[in-house]
Every structure is written in structure tokens, then in C-alpha cells.
Design a protein. Structure first.
Length: 66
């Protein structure tokens, strides 16, 4: 069964080669999408982080605005 972790990583490194923090998860079978701490994610975005195109789509599909 597929299950994906949403992680914070450097743009120069693939997520499978190491990541800084797990921010949530996504299960494509059940469409369950959960973020651990939205305030922490907002802090990362305001400082330097960017969402991947897939993450942007997941946020839109779940009506989450950050």
C-alpha cells in the first residue's frame, strides 16, 4: 500500500537521501492528507522554504491555505 511522508529537504538533495524534518503524510488510496504543525510550516515558508508542485496541489485539493 503506498504511503508518502511530506518532508522538509534541501532543494539540492533528493528526499530519499536525507531530510531535515517530517511535516506530515499522504495516503493516495484513502486520500488522507495530514500535516503535523501548520504554524511550523508557515514559519519555514516565511523564511526560505518553497512548496513542490505536488505539495501545492495537495494543499489546494484539501482547501488548506498557507
Amino acid at each position: 500500500m503506498p504511503f508518502f511522508r511530506i518532508v522538509l529537504t534541501e532543494h539540492t538533495a533528493a528526499a530519499k537521501h536525507g531530510y531535515k524534518k517530517v511535516l506530515g503524510f499522504f495516503n493516495p488510496i484513502t486520500k488522507e492528507f495530514k500535516l503535523k504543525n501548520i504554524d511550523e510550516i508557515k514559519k519555514y515558508i516565511s523564511n526560505w522554504a518553497q512548496f513542490s508542485p505536488r505539495m501545492k496541489k495537495l494543499l489546494e485539493m484539501n482547501n488548506i491555505s498557507i
